[in-house]
Design a protein around this ligand. Structure first.
Ligand code: ADP
Ligand code: ZN
Length: 708
């Protein structure tokens, strides 16, 4: 079965090997078993049900929560030559009836549906009268009432187990935590499902978290290295989203705003532009997220702190789904901490819930102030152990300097205490540095013992220290909302001199924009730029003609491989990862022309048979090959027969015949005694049904088997 699966992987999708556990998952589902798949974003979940769908008889039903997600997948499958449709509310009745008819005739291989539509009695009834290959439940965490994406309709999907007891079901999600996992199993009745847990590491993402200083300037410096790349900039408030989008556009970075306060049409329009155009920046609140399957988002930048590591992981995870280098960058400062803590304490909800949220925020803050590898810390939070520091985050790359802040922290806490636990960081720093200003005098703080004791540190160093005290819970923020600091219970051991405190030294600003040497911006080297742009512009043109996003034509990784491996012929092209039979046929020539420099003479001598073997192996039918090579089908068949005799090609690779017919032909050849009959002797039996060329191929295969 895996053999067949590998062939589909190559022929249809153009990929050479399975990633991670894809092979095992496909085997399980194609064999009729249930599966629960937990795989990070970009891990390749779609293939886990798309390949079994092609391996099994009947219609595969895919449940997906959002129209945008469905349309994207259907467009992608369509480009691959797989018959897929999405039934959604945007279709009129006539179109829906037409789809139902095509499904009944068995012309559709994959049906995408929203959950509420699937569980309508009429729909279930309709499906029960069909041959169903499998049910795939995408974004399965939507069944969890505790998650952000809860969809009540998902709860009803449990009944599939009883209504279709013999149909395999596969549930997929990128949400890792244990609680969600168990909820999926119970609510979707997946007790018999085999569980496939992948590592949640996203090795291609480079993590950097910098202290917020002048956030806009810092953001510009970060973006300057990434001009022309698509990215997402997250902000907390709608107002800030609007402002930052305008600011970036003025600075020459095309940016669009996205938040729940914009009219729905405008939101949809911006989302569409982000998907279809290259190099756009989406400035967004967290309202922008699910349903963004754009694989070539090159960076996610946070101008405000997310509320939890779960949110941070999910949001940064939207970068680099295509596996190419991507950046997760965040600027974070004391104001973020103060703001989120206040929001939390003012929020509704019971104490227990607040404690959980507080705990989550603390974990987020700990990552910001982490002195060891960020990736190790992030994964550890999700119960995954990374044996070595990753070498691909800011802390690993730059190293972290720590210093003994025990004494300074005591001075800072003392300043908080002596001033009455009500002043913000600005004033506290002034006190420590002994700044004799009007406010100081009016409060009489110049007489305090702590006044001016901290002159050995700079303004910035004190601010960094206060931020870290708050982040570590050694100081609290007042609840009135003025940003005043108070002592917390946990600072007592420090004040009593029972513990010491190591803090990280903030980096100099010039470091704060860099990623690693494999930065996304260096995806394409200088001398390759021209050709790269030519490839991208052809892709854009084709995408417009076909009405799909550019990445549906070819993902960046495929374009990049073309650029590097320089295919000269269609058979070279067929070897490029991501080029399946259908795309080879549709686009191969056009991309070759760009790579060869338009106008260059085609290679004078091509080994026709060599070419043909590659095309056949890539899954093209003889008719397609004939068109591609510009020769008659008759010629193609005789070349195929030669290749089969020479054992360069198997019969299955050369022909795509129904099994019964193939058996009938083989029987006809093998009926007599002794030598294999010539094609002419049996061709009358198949007149009008198959061409003689087919018979030649079958005969060649039999001959090779018996005589070879
Ligand atoms: P997920 O749904 O898990 O986020 P996708 O199914 O969208 O991930 O896959 C992410 C990207 O990886 C897609 O561009 C897909 O074509 C590619 N991909 C998936 N499996 C493979 C594979 N075995 N070889 C090469 N590319 C793959
Ligand atoms: Zn690291």
């Amino acid at each position: 079965m895996l053999d067949q699966a590998s062939r589909i992987l190559k022929d249809v999708f153009g990929y050479d090997s399975f990633r991670g556990r894809q092979g095992a998952i496909i085997e399980r589902v194609a064999g009729g078993g249930d599966a629960l798949v937990l795989m990070p974003t970009g891990g390749g979940k779609s293939l886990c049900f798309q390949v079994p769908a092609l391996l099994r008889e009947g219609l595969a039903v895919v449940v997906s929560p959002l129209i945008a997600l469905m349309d994207d997948q259907v467009a992608t499958l369509d480009e691959l030559g797989v018959a897929a449709v999405a039934l959604n509310s945007t279709l009129d009745t006539a179109a829906q009836r037409d789809i139902a008819e095509r499904i009944r005739r068995g012309e559709i291989k994959m049906l995408y549906l929203a959950p509420e539509r699937l569980v309508q009695p009429r729909m279930l009834d309709f499906l029960q009268r069909l041959d169903i290959a499998l049910f795939a439940i995408d974004e399965a965490h939507c069944v969890s009432q505790w998650g952000h994406d809860f969809r009540p309709e998902y709860l009803q999907l449990g009944q599939l187990a009883e209504l279709f007891p013999t149909v395999p079901r596969i549930a997929l999600t990128a949400t890792a935590d244990m609680r969600t996992r168990e909820e999926i199993v119970t609510r979707l009745h997946l007790q018999n499902a085999e569980r496939f847990l992948s590592s949640f590491d996203r090795p291609n993402i480079f993590y950097r978290i910098v202290p917020k200083d002048q956030p806009r300037k810092q953001l510009l410096a970060f973006l300057a290295e990434r001009k022309g790349d698509a990215g997402i900039v997250y902000c907390l408030s709608r107002k800030k989203v609007d402002e930052v989008a305008v600011f970036l556009s003025e600075q020459g970075f095309p940016a669009l705003p996205y938040h729940a306060g914009l009219p729905a049409e405008l939101r949809a329009y911006h989302q569409k532009r982000f998907l279809n155009e290259e190099g756009l920046i989406m400035v967004a609140t967290i309202a922008f997220g699910m349903g963004i399957d754009k694989p070539n988002v090159r960076y996610v930048a946070h101008l405000d702190l997310p509320k939890s590591l779960e949110a941070y992981y999910q949001e940064t995870g939207r970068a680099g789904r295509d596996g190419l280098p991507a950046d997760a960058w965040m600027a974070y400062g004391l104001q973020d901490v103060i703001f989120l803590k206040q929001m939390l304490s003012n929020s509704e909800g019971d104490e227990r819930h607040k404690r959980v949220e507080q705990h989550k925020l603390d974990a987020m803050l700990a990552l910001c102030e982490e002195t060891r590898c960020r990736r190790q810390a992030l994964l550890a939070y999700f119960d995954e152990e990374l044996a070595q520091p990753c070498g691909h985050c800011d802390n690993c790359l730059d190293g972290v300097q720590t210093w003994d802040a025990t004494e300074a922290a005591r001075q800072a806490l003392s300043a908080i205490y002596r001033t009455g636990q009500r002043y913000g960081v600005g004033h506290l720093v002034d006190v420590l540095l002994g700044r004799d200003n009007e406010k100081m005098r009016s409060l009489g703080h110049q007489h305090l013992a702590v006044f001016g004791v901290g002159k050995s540190l700079s303004d910035g160093e004190w601010r960094s220290l206060f931020r870290q005290l708050v982040a570590r819970g050694l100081a609290d923020v007042d609840l009135e909302g003025y940003g005043g600091l108070r002592l917390s219970d946990s600072c007592r051991p420090l004040l009593r001199g029972e513990v010491s405190l190591q803090l990280r030294r903030d980096l100099k600003p010039q470091h704060t924009a860099k990623s690693s040497s494999s930065a996304a911006s260096q995806l394409v080297r200088g001398e390759e730029r021209v050709e790269w742009e030519a490839l991208r512009s052809l892709r854009r043109k084709l995408a417009e003609e076909h009405g799909v996003p550019p990445y549906v034509i070819f993902p960046d990784a495929t374009l990049l491989e073309m650029l590097r491996s320089k295919p000269r012929t269609l058979s070279d092209m067929a070897r490029v990862s991501g080029v399946g039979a259908r795309k080879l046929e549709r686009y191969g020539e056009a991309f070759l022309a760009v790579l060869g420099g338009a106008g260059e003479a085609p290679q004078a001598v091509v080994d026709l048979r060599h070419e043909l073997v590659s095309l056949a192996r890539a899954g093209m039918t003889p008719t397609q090959i004939a068109r591609q090579l510009n020769c008659s089908e008759k010629n193609v068949y005789s070349l195929l027969a030669e290749a089969i005799s020479a054992q360069q090609l198997s019969l299955e690779q050369a022909l795509d015949l129904p099994e019964a017919l193939m058996g009938e032909i083989q029987d006809a050849f093998l009926d007599g005694e002794g030598e294999l009959p010539a094609v002419a002797e049996i061709s009358a039996l198949f007149a009008g049904r198959v061409e003689d060329g087919v018979l030649h191929c079958v005969r060649a295969a039999l001959a090779a088997e018996f005589e070879g």
